[in-house]
Each structure stands twice: as C-alpha cells, then as structure tokens.
Design a protein. Sequence first.
Length: 88
Amino acid sequence: MPRPSKKSRSLRRIHVKTPGGRTTVHYKYRKPKAAKCSCGAVLKGIVRERPYKMKKIAKTKKRPTRPYGGVLCSRCLRKMLVEKARNK
Ligand SMILES: [Zn+2]
C-alpha cells in the first residue's frame, strides 16, 4: 500500500521496471499545461516543466530565440510584424 500522501490523484503514477525484474510504481508531480499564444495555439519549443526544473534549464532551451519567442506563435508574430511595417 502506498503512504496516504501518495494516494493523491494530483500525482502521476509511473510504472518503473527495476533491475530485479519487478515493476514498481513511482509517484511524480504532473507537468503544467502547455504554454499558449493569445490566439489559442500551443506554443512549440516551450519546455513544459515545473518551476524548480525550469530553473536548471538554460534560457535558450526554454523558448525559441526570436522576437516574442515564447509569447506569440510564429503566425501571429508574422502578422504583427507585417501590421507594424504597414503602419510606419
Ligand atoms: Zn498565435
């Protein structure tokens, strides 16, 4: 039986095969939802991790290195840039 705190469904259950051949259950926190653009599209190239893991990952590995990378999707960025160029 797992300890009572591990019975929570907010924890993910991962079946891990041990070197001895047994399968045991490991409990891990669920990953946060994927980052989204203002248009609703899921942002690609964005790391889905908890804050304590995000701290360990390099900034360049967390989001695309372009203007508004990690904020706008590529389609919205392109639209915005065209719009900006028109208004000048
Ligand atoms: Zn968008």
